[in-house]
Design a protein around this ligand. Structure first.
Ligand SMILES: [Zn+2]
Length: 210
């Protein structure tokens, strides 16, 4: 079996959505006279790095991270490569047959973006694509930057997907992954009552398949 870790490494200074609290990961005690162990401290927003959005992110009273079904977070997934698009529109998606595929990850030019700062010109889903994905019965959508929706959008894409209980996975690194079919393991931290959570996301495939 081949394993692909498609999560961003979490470290201090990771770019975050403008206005969100940044990531701080520091060793606050070091082995020595005063400490028998190394101990680190992590502070970050729940939408830092690779993470999931739960319906509660945009729908008042909706499900939190704990409500996300494991049988959606884990299972067969298709990586679709759209290297030359500025937006993931219905027209861009149309050539790809997705009947029966309920987990879709979009690999765009975002996966090549540097992580030294936040980029606002990332590729994201258009509203017509979001509606179409819901109609197709898609249960999980993954993108390779920090939002499923463009920077200046009005959150209609989030509301459409989360309102249909589609799990949104943001901040994937698909740079090392070829388009094709994989098994997805998306395991968000079990943050009770939270509308989002950092996640470790792994794809696996038989060695001769991808
Ligand atoms: Zn988010």
């Amino acid at each position: 079996m081949k394993f692909y870790d498609v999560s961003w490494p979490v470290s201090s200074g990771l770019p975050v959505w403008p206005g969100d609290s940044g990531v701080s990961l520091e060793m606050v005690r070091r082995i020595g006279e005063h400490s028998p162990a190394n101990v680190s401290h992590l502070a970050c927003g729940v939408h830092s790095g690779t993470h999931v959005d739960a319906p509660l992110h945009f729908i008042p009273g909706a499900g939190d991270v704990l409500s996300l079904p494991l049988d959606v977070l884990i299972g067969p997934a298709r990586v679709i490569a759209l290297p030359n698009v500025d937006a993931i529109t219905l027209a861009a998606l149309a050539p790809f047959v997705v009947a029966g595929v309920t987990r879709l990850l979009f690999k765009t030019r975002n996966s090549a973006l540097s992580r030294d700062r936040f980029h606002t010109d990332y590729v994201a889903l258009s509203l017509d694509a979001a509606h179409w994905l819901v109609k197709q019965g898609v249960r999980l959508v993954g993108v390779d930057y920090l939002s499923v929706e463009t920077y200046h959008a009005d959150y209609a894409v989030h509301r459409t997907l989360l309102g249909a209980n589609v799990v949104v996975v943001e901040g994937l690194d698909l740079s090392q992954v070829s388009p094709g079919d994989y098994d997805l393991y998306c395991l968000p931290l079990k943050l009770a009552g939270s509308e989002g959570a950092p996640a470790r996301v792994i794809l696996t495939a038989p060695p001769n398949q991808v």
